[in-house]
Design a protein around this ligand. Sequence first.
Ligand code: FAD
Length: 455
Amino acid sequence: MKNSVYDVVIVGSGVAGCFTALHLPKEWKILMITKSSLEESDSFLAQGGICVLKDENDFESFYEDTMKAGHYENRPEAVREMIMSSRAVINELIEFGVDFHTENGKLCYTKEGAHSTNRILYYKDVTGKEIIRKLLARVKELENVTIKTNTEMIDILCKDNCCDGILLRNGEEELEVVFARHTMWACGGIGGIYENSTNYTHLTGDALALSIKHNIKIKNIDYVQIHPTTLYSNKKERRFLISESVRGEGAILLNKNGERFVDELQPRDVVSKAIFEQMEKDGTEHVWLSMMTIDDIDVTKRFPYICKRCMEEGIDVTKDLIPVVPAQHYFMGGVDVDLNSHTSMRHLYASGETCCNGVHGANRLASNSLLESLVFAKNAALHMNKVDKYTIAERYNITAETSREDRLNSMSKWSIDKIIEKYNIDLTEYEDYEGYTQRKKDAIWAEINKEKRKK
Ligand SMILES: Cc1cc2nc3c(=O)[nH]c(=O)nc-3n(C[C@H](O)[C@H](O)[C@H](O)COP(=O)(O)OP(=O)(O)OC[C@H]3O[C@@H](n4cnc5c(N)ncnc54)[C@H](O)[C@@H]3O)c2cc1C
């Protein structure tokens, strides 16, 4: 079994993972891993846009919209932190080369459900792809970052409530030990445990399952957002999302008689509920979305990706109604973290959709998640750089006089037997990989159901 040592190991290559890497000291040795290819993260799928505090006068309204959508179960200080940090983060994205739609040199803002004003920046209908491609390009330029694809974290190395790194399964299906002073979980959501989801199927809440296994605090695990409008299909595949900004621009929802049945710009949970009720009433497997009611803009230019995908299914959105159905979309709960994205276990951080910092409360306001992922991933990186000088090497009495680098290197010389014994690792647990994966999913479902029963 290979054994290596890094300053930080980042699990996940979406916006949260990349933004962490970009804010860590350049002299630190960093490993970033992703379970699949670099192009397969939900960050690539974000269509609608990213919120920003448009101007100081918008603070109260942005705050209120976020809290109201979250049924006031949000953590006020986290919401404030996100909003107040938003302009700086957007400016950084622009410096990193991210393009947002502009007119006459000025940024344009769009609107989605439950926003009381236009405050969402966007790039066509592929905002996430635009952001993550530019961030990944910057991360790849960093000489201190090693990226490994098709590499999965299968467990963490922990002792005395302190995380000392991870156990990974590489592309050759071999196990490797990675020691790290700090571990960042940026593993995305849990859509992969659902039958119908807009998420990539490999996003199976692995960090959540490991939290359950190692008694790391989790929060709001039953808070799952269902997106009202995904393209209806009877095939078993990831559900294609029809962004809320389509409704923001004037698209409407219709029942089987061609009648409107809901205010389309209410929060997602309210619209999804209305659709499910309508489907039951009508005895249909979906309702219909009309983009023909969008005035003033050329939908093929504003929503090229959606138009193209619908056309592949034989639907011309300028003439035809689109069959849509709600599907699992976003996970508001997750690994419980503070405003620095620190978990209840020392030296273990979590950011992005994997964590629950309280921003979203019981329901996420549209286009707040890319922003939240970026703001709190940056906070984590800055915090790692600031925290105590306690290192894993010091815990095992490796002389404190030696340099950090020497200390880390001495860890890498440990025998595998010593590592297994120190961390109480049972290798037989991972032998049946499929079984292990299924057990992790089952553990998450058991927790979700337990939480639901309490209510
Ligand atoms: C269709 C769709 C549209 C969306 N639209 C918007 C929008 O318009 N605006 C908005 O703000 N948000 C939107 N979202 C939500 C937003 O895209 C996500 O919340 C955000 O991108 C999450 O980023 P992340 O870095 O946390 O996770 P992700 O981008 O999902 O990345 C997760 C990473 O973790 C890796 N990983 C997971 N488990 C392991 C493991 N065990 N070992 C190694 N690697 C692992 C994955 O391979 C991946 O690289 C949308 C989501 C979807 C699905």
